[in-house]
Structure formats: C-alpha cells, structure tokens
Design a protein around this ligand. Structure first.
Ligand code: 5GP
Length: 182
C-alpha cells in the first residue's frame, strides 16, 4: 500500500466531522473513507458521498461476506468500513482518514499497528452539550443517548496516539494536519 491510514474519533459534538472536511478540502493527498451505515440519511446527505446507506439485511450480508475491516453498532445502527473502498484509495497513493467510533478504531489498530490514531476532544462538557443541542438534527432522546455515549467514548481517549482539543477550530485543524504530514 502506498498511502497511510489515519483514524479520527471523538464524541458526537467534538467537531471531528468539520475538522475532517477541512483536512480534505485543504490537502489533495488526503481523502475521507466513506463508511456504510444502516442509519437513515439526514437531510442533505447523499448516498455514496456521506455514507453508503444500506438496509440491515444488506449490511448483514456484507458482514457474512467478510467485506468490512471493522464494523460496530453505534446508536442502534450498524456502521462499517468497507475493505474495497479504502484499499483502492491507499493503492492510488492517497492518505485515508477513517472517521469512526472508538470500538471500530480499536478493531483497526488490532489489524494494523501502523495506523495513526487521533482523538478529538471538545473543550469542555458544557460546550459539548451546547454543540449537541444546537445541532437540531436529533430528537431529545437521541441527544441524551449521544451525550451518554460521548462521555463513555471520552473515557477511552488515552488509547489513542494523539489527543487534540478542539477549542479553536483553525488551531485544531493545524494540529491534525501537522500529525498527518509528519
Ligand atoms: P453519525 O450518525 O453522526 O454520522 O455517526 C455516528 C458515529 O458513528 C460517529 O461516532 C462516527 O464516527 C461513527 N462511524 C461512522 N462511520 C463509522 C464506521 O465505518 N465504523 C465505525 N465503527 N464507526 C463509524
């Protein structure tokens, strides 16, 4: 493989998606892996761009076919990294970022110790709650679930190679860029 693999995790509301998007916009050598999920698309989300949206049956068929490097149940939906999708990009020489949860990140590290693991932290619990509530794309039950999982995820941050605190977006992007381009 010619490209390198990076995992970026962080709780919902940490700003990791914004950081990943900027990294890809700013660096033509970096691409974001598109995961498969059984979650319903949000408004604006497009199949094949944000995720490959699959039914539960389709996803489970791919599990049986051993098509995933890793998969996990997150917020009651399956999410997974399709082998084929990232192998092609690595082979073409791109650095690939996997924006995946802690369970998936650990599965990736077990298979490939070379992977660089980065955890994005929100500046404080208060700010995290503020960001989660402000987003308005989720119901209050969903927000409660995401908050509980966020706290659980943050307790695992020390398993990562780098922890980046997103208190100032541009600074956080630069920090991640420096890690990747080193
Ligand atoms: P969302 O529903 O907000 O798009 O994503 C929910 C969570 O699923 C996030 O923590 C995200 O990092 C995680 N996730 C997205 N894709 C994957 C994947 O392919 N594998 C795993 N394990 N987690 C994923």
């Amino acid at each position: 493989m010619k490209g390198r693999l990076f995992v970026i995790s962080g709780p919902s509301g940490s700003g990791k998606s914004t950081i990943c998007k900027k990294l890809v916009d700013n660096n033509e050598n970096i691409v974001l892996s598109v995961s498969a999920t059984t979650r319903k698309p949000r408004e604006q989300e497009k199949d094949g761009i944000n995720y490959f949206f699959l039914t539960k049956e389709e996803f489970e068929k791919k599990i049986k076919e051993n098509a995933f490097y890793e998969y996990a149940l997150v917020f009651n939906n399956y999410y997974g990294t399709l082998k084929e999708k990232i192998d092609d990009k690595l082979e073409a020489g791109f650095d690939v970022i996997l924006e995946i949860d802690v369970q998936g990140a650990m599965q990736m590290k077990e298979q490939n110790n070379e992977i660089v693991m980065i955890f994005i932290m929100p500046p404080s619990k208060e700010e995290l709650l503020h960001r989660l509530t402000d987003r308005k794309t989720e119901s209050s039950a969903e927000i409660e679930l995401r908050t509980a999982i966020a706290i659980e995820e943050m307790s695992k941050k020390d398993k990562y190679d780098y922890i980046v605190v997103n208190d100032e977006l541009e600074k956080a992007i630069k920090e991640v860029e420096d890690i990747i381009n080193n």
